[in-house]
Design a protein around this ligand. Sequence first.
Ligand SMILES: [Zn+2]
Length: 97
Amino acid sequence: MSCLIHKKIAMIEKIPCLICGKLFTRPVSHVWQVHKLSAREYKQMHGLDIKRGIATKEYKEKMRDHVFANGTVNNLSFILKKDTNTITSGVTKQWHA
Ligand SMILES: [Zn+2]
């Protein structure tokens, strides 16, 4: 159920803050700054998976591109060793499915 919610969230252009209803690409930053709740507290309060990020698909793709562009992907080698099929030739096949 929670996974389905995260997939639906990722498909929309802006995500509403579940407290005040304002729209954001990544509402957790807003929640911290305005409502003084950590991401974990916010997700638990609304029944979301605490291990998954809340961001639009566009934001996730943009950040994924940055990881490859700035070389941060090299720091993630310990993750890549666990699942060598996740990333091939710098292009993600399926990062957060
Ligand atoms: Zn809010």
